[in-house]
Design a protein around this ligand. Sequence first.
Ligand code: SF4
Length: 210
Amino acid sequence: MKVPAIANKSFEELSKKPEFMVIVQFIIDKLSKIPFSMKRAKVIHQTIDEFNNEVFSHPLVKQFSPCKSGCSACCHTQVSVTRDEAELLVQRIADGVEINIDQLILQAQAGDDASDFYKLDYKERGCIFLDENGACKVYNDRPSVCRTNAVLGDASQCMTNDGHQQVRLVKTPQSDMVIYASFLYAQESGSLPTMVYKVLDQINNEVKES
Ligand code: SF4
């Protein structure tokens, strides 16, 4: 289990509060009743969007958040996904979303360790789902972590050209607990490129064997 750092931090801060632990248990119970991986991922994304809406619709967040299509600074950081989310992303590739395979292999070779990922240069760290305008090609099915990345202030604080990120994220505690629960439930998780590569490789091997 590779729980995203921010969700993990929220869990450590909130795990003594019953109202937040109820969310974790609710999500695990809900996921256990859904037999299909992509459906599980979509349910998680929908739940996160509902919780986020309470936070992101606040007038101050709307006024002071610079997050919008075309600003892709946080898409050059390491994103963790569950196996369910990776399968959903691979389905989008199967549906016709184009990715740069060389970039996927390069990032997958960096593995799950953030320190290895940040050894890549800024351009090499760009998410495989970014288009040439800095927009997400899989926006509706983007991972949980991408859904909670919103900052207040100037977008330049998200830049990681020097390998360091100095963000002031908008707090999303309920969503963080949903993310924590989904990673706790997941049989497998890891960085987005590692997991997408793994799913694609398995499909490729299954096709060869059939
Ligand atoms: S999946 Fe989309 S939102 Fe998430 S890092 Fe990639 S391009 Fe950015």
